[in-house]
Design a protein around this ligand. Structure first.
Ligand SMILES: CC(C)(COP(=O)(O)OP(=O)(O)OC[C@H]1O[C@@H](n2cnc3c(N)ncnc32)[C@H](O)[C@@H]1OP(=O)(O)O)[C@@H](O)C(=O)NCCC(=O)NCCS
Length: 183
């Protein structure tokens, strides 16, 4: 159980492939990123696919009532994975090789009514402190001010972008941070 400054206590629970926790993480994803064109079952399938990747790690945050209120997950990024193969060519020379020994933070989402209570900070610290990769990376929307503020506060910095994953899509920035010896 971890307590935050604002008094809410959350328990962290490991997300595993084909688990009930993964279904709850899917519900949080669906609530935070509502998209009428995306079916719940497709998000379940996506999370299960990611949960099968090497180095997968995921956490739910559960409040004292038992309600799952936030989730975070990622995995070791490898050639052949969609995100890796889209981002690697976008790395400028000063970030070359960043993805070679790297954990990609794929999703981080906190239900709206539970934000600004340190829940994301707690999830990320727990998720990243036991990683063995040298570095971490993630993509977030160029205009996602809460996420950019969170990551800046936790020592992430821009390593590439802005870039688009879809031709007419939102521009994303790629952020990175060293992992070893930093927690
Ligand atoms: C981004 C998000 C995960 C932050 O979760 P959170 O639990 O509210 O974040 P925390 O309470 O742990 O915030 C830690 C620090 O990050 C910064 N921060 C977080 N949200 C912020 C905001 N809206 N405005 C300014 N700073 C913010 C602050 O420095 C904060 O510390 P403080 O509250 O002591 O000032 C949450 O807003 C969210 O789920 N957004 C929608 C999904 C999303 O964008 N995910 C990330 C995509 S990569």
């Amino acid at each position: 159980m971890s307590s935050t400054d604002t008094g809410i206590a959350v328990a962290h629970e490991v997300i595993e492939r084909h688990s009930f926790a993964l279904l709850e993480a899917t519900r949080i994803y669906h609530t935070v990123w509502p998209d009428p064109n995306t079916r719940y079952v497709d998000v379940v399938a996506m999370l299960n696919r990611h949960a099968g990747y090497p180095g997968f790690a995921g956490l739910l945050a559960r409040e004292s009532t038992g309600r799952a209120v936030a989730m975070a997950y990622g995995h070791t990024t490898c050639p052949g994975q969609w995100w890796h193969d889209r981002v690697e060519p976008e790395l400028p020379p000063e970030s070359a090789g960043w993805l070679d020994d790297c954990f990609v933070l794929v999703e981080l989402a906190v239900l709206p009514e539970y934000r600004r209570r340190g829940i994301a900070r707690g999830l990320l610290e727990r998720l990243l402190r036991s990683r063995t990769e040298a570095r971490a990376a993630l993509s977030t929307q160029e205009d996602n001010e809460p996420a950019l503020a969170l990551y800046a506060a936790l020592g992430w910095r821009p390593i590439a972008g802005p870039m688009r994953f879809a031709p007419a899509g939102t521009p994303f920035v790629i952020l990175g941070r060293e992992l070893q010896g930093s927690w």
